[in-house]
Design a protein around this ligand. Structure first.
Ligand code: SF4
Length: 291
């Protein structure tokens, strides 16, 4: 089985760099699932501070970029920089505003390309057209929150979009020549291996170039944290997760690159499971990644 790693994908789109690193940015966007545009309360597992290192920064985004580049280049000068608009929903603004934010970043001499994290229902034609226009200058990757291919689960976790919406957003971006990355969660309440493989099939069939696979992990300040503390959520064991992740990787390979297989939350925000942060431990249980 040939598995594609994210570094291989980055080499394809940034052949001039041996290594590319992301610099996370918070450009001050909100989320339509928090501010009432689409919903309120947010997704049941979400506390943005837990998965975006810059979610609470007060620095303007161009200063964040400068600081991030300096930090990376201190260690190695020739690393390519992928500016990653990570916090909240990074296409949730009028197109002109998006243009004003993305243009100085993608035009920055030290930036090799940009990645834009967003929801599938926040990619209207004008936004995709803007991203496709920016792609003429440098590579643009659109990171889309997919989470699951089960509409019932999407409802239960208060995502406020459907699987059909994911399919449409992916097709629209692909038709515009944009690379797309899927974020999925293994272990959402009520789901089993059949759901995890359906999600993998969705990611493969939509032509995602890369995938971030996350085990469901419970962070403070979320609806899931309350339910977990009341004993209402059963989490997967490390072994169960690795078994499911292996199957997901098998389904999406070799066309979809594996970017992430662990959780993203800092230790002080994570309630459970503790192993979800231990990337090396998880990798050691995923021999498929080394085959
Ligand atoms: S996970 Fe994304 S879409 Fe959901 S509430 Fe958090 S920022 Fe919004």
């Amino acid at each position: 089985m040939s598995v594609k790693l994210y570094k291989d994908f980055l080499r394809e789109i940034f052949p001039q760099y041996e290594q590319v690193r992301k610099v996370s940015l918070n450009a001050g966007f909100n989320c339509p699932n928090l501010d009432g545009t689409i919903g309120t309360g947010g997704c049941a597992y979400c506390n943005n501070s837990s998965f975006s290192p810059v979610a609470t920064t007060q620095l303007p985004f161009l200063e964040q970029l400068k600081a991030g580049i300096e930090k990376i280049r201190k260690k190695k000068k020739e690393i390519g920089i992928l500016a990653y608009f990570q916090s909240y929903t990074n296409t949730h603004a009028p197109v002109q505003k998006l243009r004003e934010i993305f243009t100085p970043v993608i035009s920055h001499n030290d930036v090799a390309g940009i990645a834009v994290g967003t929801r599938p229902d926040c990619l209207p034609p004008q936004v995709v057209e803007l991203l496709a226009e920016l792609k003429k200058a440098k590579p643009v990757i659109v990171e889309i929150g997919v989470q699951t291919a089960n509409n019932e689960t999407l409802k239960n976790i208060n995502r406020n979009h459907t699987v059909e919406c994911v399919r449409n957003a992916a097709a629209f971006c692909k038709n515009a020549g944009l690379a797309i990355t899927a974020h999925i969660i293994i272990g959402l309440p009520g789901e089993n291996i059949g759901d995890f493989t359906s999600t993998a099939n969705l990611v493969r069939d939509c032509g995602f170039s890369a995938i971030k696979i996350h085990p469901l992990h419970i962070v403070k300040g979320t609806r899931f944290a309350e339910e977990y503390q009341k004993g209402k959520i059963k989490l997967l064991s490390l072994e169960e997760y690795c078994e499911a992740a292996t199957e997901v990787i098998r389904i999406v390979s070799p066309y979809t690159a594996i970017e992430r297989i662990s959780g993203e939350s800092p230790g002080d925000m994570l309630l459970a499971p503790a192993w979800s942060r231990d990337r090396n431990l998880i990798i050691s249980k995923l021999p498929i990644l080394c085959d």
